[in-house]
Design a protein around this ligand. Structure first.
Ligand code: 5AD
Ligand code: SF4
Length: 465
């Protein structure tokens, strides 16, 4: 039996897709290169914006056509949309299985049974905000530990979940309603997993959590009695001791003072902890931040960045912003531009507000910023950031950087295609800068030194040393 997997959404989702893929591999399924040769198609979905859901629906429309000529094809929808839409999604003509993020340990059973019984299957959490039963958490833990290795999507790199869910309730955000309450995984399980990844040759581990800097887990201290609450700083320290692991990153951080000091100190003290933070601000207007239920002001946010740069000189900072939140005026938007100018991000992800059913913003506020205004603000903000990125990137000219090679460059840059033995490769620095250079593809998963010869807003170009 052949299975085709498609993943939309964040790194959390990519990790789930990798886990599902390993579990099905273990159960004897092989991976199909395309939908055409697949017996089962699984789509891991995202609900964060309407656009993400629309892409999945158009994919499902396509699968509906395929099923006309191949009625035996089994189509499963997993992930955030599965949890959000549940039985409504199961009514879709193309869909046979709907499986939420908390139910992925059941995926092999669901797929096998559907292939045999030809009956639709639904597995989602009925009350997603209730603390999940211990049996479910244990099943997720077992699934994660059993399959959380050997995801070789990018050679030498792996994602490890530190936390599940979210309790933050930013008013625009669907995540708490599809991923459930915030829970931290046991440090022993995380460290054990990283050790096994290191044994498999993984050099860069990225710890994942919706608000990863608030990781906390009470457990007895190592080798002693009593109680200790493990923080992200502790995780970084323990992971740093693992031989073979060279770089450690974590995403995404929430800009709250109380979680910050020990983590910044850990980055400063631990050579393996990358000097990199992804710390979304969302807006530069205090009025909008309040309406978003973000618990900081623009001034406090900039204060945090200042502190980060004081403790970790040269730290690279990435941000997320949303334009067109309900009631966002030109003045609010100007404040966002001002914040972006002052924050000096390495790069920013910018999104247009998209109302999500069930969230407070959707229930209480009108989506009253016209689409063309959202679009214009998006472009304008991106232009501001691009100029900053281009200027900051020029500092790299003629400098040497250490790069972890990912593999062949996906979009070969014009006239720099390289030769047959030395094609165009892409990799990243510890601080997450994208570096493009020519070299043998066997370097994928290795560290190399590159001398930067040219820069743009998004990319550093260079020569292998
Ligand atoms: N509309 C637009 N963007 C959103 N994000 C989260 N929810 C929404 C929404 N309803 C953005 C935020 C977050 C990123 C992952 O997605 O900027 O940081
Ligand atoms: Fe990830 Fe959020 Fe999208 Fe779910 S809704 S896939 S948690 S970004």
């Amino acid at each position: 039996m052949k299975i085709f997997l498609r993943s939309y959404g964040c790194q959390m989702n990519k990790l789930d897709t990798a886990l599902v893929s390993s579990a099905l591999g273990e159960a004897g399924f092989s991976v199909a290169d395309s939908e055409k040769e697949a017996d089962v198609v699984l789509i891991n979905t995202c609900s964060v914006r309407q656009h993400a859901e629309e892409r999945v629906f158009s994919h499902l429309g396509h699968l509906k056509h395929i099923k006309k000529s191949r009625p035996g094809l089994v189509v499963g929808v997993i992930g955030c949309m599965a949890q959000r839409l549940g039985d409504k999604l199961l009514e879709h003509e193309a869909v046979d299985i709907v499986c939420g993020p908390a139910q992925i340990p059941q995926i092999t059973k669901l797929v096998t049974e559907t292939l045999q019984e030809k009956k639709k299957k639904l597995a989602v959490s009925e009350k997603i905000r209730q603390r999940s039963p211990e049996s479910q958490t244990q099943a997720l833990e077992r699934f994660e530990s059993a399959y959380g290795i050997g995801d070789k999507q990018i050679p030498g790199q792996a994602f490890v979940r530190a936390m599940r869910g979210c309790n933050n309730f930013c008013t625009y955000c669907i995540v708490p309603f599809v991923r459930g309450p915030e829970t931290s995984r046991a440090p022993a399980a995380i460290i054990e997993q990283i050790k096994r990844l290191a044994d498999e040759g993984v050099k860069l581990v990225t710890l994942l959590g919706q608000r990863v800097n608030s990781y906390k887990y009470p457990a007895p201290p190592r080798g002693g009695a009593g109680k200790k609450t493990y923080s992200l700083a502790d995780l970084l320290e323990m992971a740093s001791e693992i031989e073979g692991i060279e770089w450690l990153r974590f995403v995404t951080s929430y800009p709250a003072e109380e979680f910050f000091d020990d983590i910044l100190q850990a980055i400063a003290d631990l050579p393996k902890a990358c000097n990199y933070l992804h710390i979304p601000a969302q807006s530069g207007s205090d009025r909008i931040l309040r309406a978003m239920n973000r618990r900081y002001t623009a001034g406090e946010y900039l204060g945090l960045l200042g502190k980060a740069r004081a403790v970790v000189p040269g730290i690279a900072i990435a941000g997320d912003f949303m334009v067109g939140f309900p009631g966002e005026t030109e003045e609010d938007f100007e404040a966002t531009i001002e914040l972006v100018k002052r924050a000096k991000y390495k790069n920013c992800f910018i999104f247009k507000y998209s109302p999500r059913p069930g969230t407070t913003a959707d229930k209480r506020l009108e989506d009253n910023v016209p689409a063309e205004v959202k679009k214009r603000r998006n472009i304008e903000l991106l232009d501001v950031q691009n100029e900053i990125s281009a200027e900051m990137n020029r500092e790299f000219l003629n400098k040497e950087v250490k790069v972890l090679v990912e593999g062949l460059s996906k979009k070969p840059h014009l006239n720099r295609g390289g030769s047959e033995n030395s094609p165009q490769l892409v990799g990243r620095t510890a601080t997450d800068y994208i570096v493009v250079f020519n070299g043998p593809v066997s370097l994928a998963g290795e560290f190399v030194k590159v001398k930067i010869t040219e820069t743009s807003a998004l990319t550093l170009f260079g020569e292998l040393i």
